[in-house]
Ligand binder design. Structure first.
Ligand SMILES: Cc1ncc(COP(=O)(O)O)c(C=O)c1O
Length: 415
């Protein structure tokens, strides 16, 4: 063997020793733009609430693609619905309708109680759902839009303009004009800005990306009262909280309000890209022919997946399950009495474990090593947004592992 042949053999052996995850990361960094950072793990398959990586390691998926995989991975109802639909009619243009999108629109109106006075517009993501709402707000002819500090509504320019996180907006300024921000949850701050010049108020029922921060009691009702008094639209962003995530179809239901616009995505498609904005009352008729749309909006395959999600949530009693399991997890974590856990907040299966130290990112890594996927939307908050089909045993396995995860994250030896 020559010297160069020997070097080549040595190199091959070195590459083979690198894990499949590491090889995927290398390929990612050479093929994809750097907008996310390089993901260290390549997931290759999933079943229920469990996913498997390229090196064969299994994880309990407690993040569900960030509140997306409502039925977990490879759920038979979604597999069947999508397979049948793509084998029947995979896509039509907006020049035609099809049975699946009609059925889905009617179901969404039913679950939002707006069968008579609501209308749906479909799109492909949460940002686009809020983009549609933003355009509806503009069509009122009023100049001002109010949104909340810390809120996240998406990355397209309109959705970004109402996102209350300056660092995300700043590189892309100038933003669409007219948006003002108020502290989230502060009724009097909202009262001081809402007047007859306001087109819309955008609110999340729970700030998801800011760290799972629920609206204080009475906040959504006060927002409804103020917007109704001044003829402004109340846009409730249910992209993260909707479709059963909090134990009801929509998180705003508990506040006893009817918004003008509800925006949806994430869990709606159970993993396929679909979003929707539901306009109720006058808001249902703001958009006129030619003013908005998207080639893929209401795509039959995505609509079929969404119908399967809605049917399964209903038929399998998942709303009750989510409520019960969410409380069980919150109580279980609270009962640990762990010094690094301050409290648990959120609703249903959108939970934030609030820590006493800023070890969220380290805890996310420690959890991954221990076989659990979670994330840290804020330095001292761990978010759980698992599939709604998570079992009590799976949830308990995480609660049991949490002390070890936290101790590893804080650099302390397990007790
Ligand atoms: C409340 C909320 N709105 C909108 C979005 C944007 O959704 P998408 O990423 O599908 O554009 C998100 C995403 O995290 C969200 O949490």
């Amino acid at each position: 063997m020559t010297e160069s042949q020997g070097a080549a053999v040595f190199q091959d052996a070195a590459v083979q020793q690198v894990s499949a995850n590491a090889r995927a990361a290398q390929r990612w960094s050479h093929a994809l733009m750097d907008n996310f950072g390089v993901p260290p793990v390549e997931l290759v398959s999933g079943s229920g609430a469990v996913v498997t990586d390229a090196d064969g390691k299994q994880y309990l998926d407690l993040l569900g693609g960030i509140a997306v995989n409502a039925l977990g991975h490879a759920h038979p109802a979604i597999v069947l619905a999508v397979s049948e639909q793509v084998a029947t009619l995979g896509h039509v243009s907006n020049f035609f309708t099809h049975p699946t999108v009609l059925a889905l629109a009617e179901r969404l109106l039913d679950i939002s109680g707006a069968r008579d006075d609501g209308r749906v517009i479909f799109c492909n993501s949460g940002a686009e759902a809020n983009e549609a709402a933003f355009k509806m707000a503009r069509l009122t002819g009023r100049p001002r839009i109010i949104a909340a500090e810390g809120a996240f509504h998406g990355r397209t320019m309109g959705a970004l303009a109402v996102t209350g996180q300056p660092a995300k907006r700043m590189p892309f300024e100038p933003m669409p004009a007219g948006v003002e921000f108020v502290p989230y949850g502060d009724i009097s701050a909202l009262g001081s800005v809402v007047d007859d010049d306001v087109a819309a108020v955008f609110l999340e029922p729970i700030l998801g990306e800011a760290g799972v921060i629920p609206a204080p009691d009475g906040y959504l009702a006060a927002a409804r009262g103020l917007t109704a008094e001044h003829g402004a639209l109340l846009v409730v962003d249910e992209v993260q909280t909707g479709i059963g995530r909090t134990g009801t179809w929509f998180a705003h239901t508990g506040a006893g309000i009817v918004p003008d616009v509800i925006t949806l995505a994430k869990g709606l498609g159970g993993g396929l890209p679909i979003g929707a904005a539901i306009g109720i009352g006058a808001a249902a008729h703001l958009l006129q022919p030619g003013q908005h749309g998207s080639t893929f909006a209401g795509n039959p395959v995505c609509a079929a997946a969404a119908l399967a999600v809605l049917d399964t949530i209903e038929n399998d009693g998942l709303l009750d399950h989510v409520e019960t399991l969410g409380k069980h997890i919150a109580n279980g974590v609270g009962d640990l009495g762990h010094p690094l856990v301050d409290h648990v907040r959120g609703a249903g299966l959108l939970l934030g474990i609030v820590l006493t130290e800023n070890i969220g990112p380290a805890a996310t890594l420690a959890a991954r090593d221990a076989g659990f996927i979670i994330n840290a939307p804020a330095p001292a908050v761990l978010r759980l947004a698992p599939p709604l089909i998570l079992t009590i045993e799976q949830a308990d396995s995480f609660v049991a592992a949490l002390p070890g995860i936290l101790q590893t994250a804080s650099g302390k030896d397990p007790a």
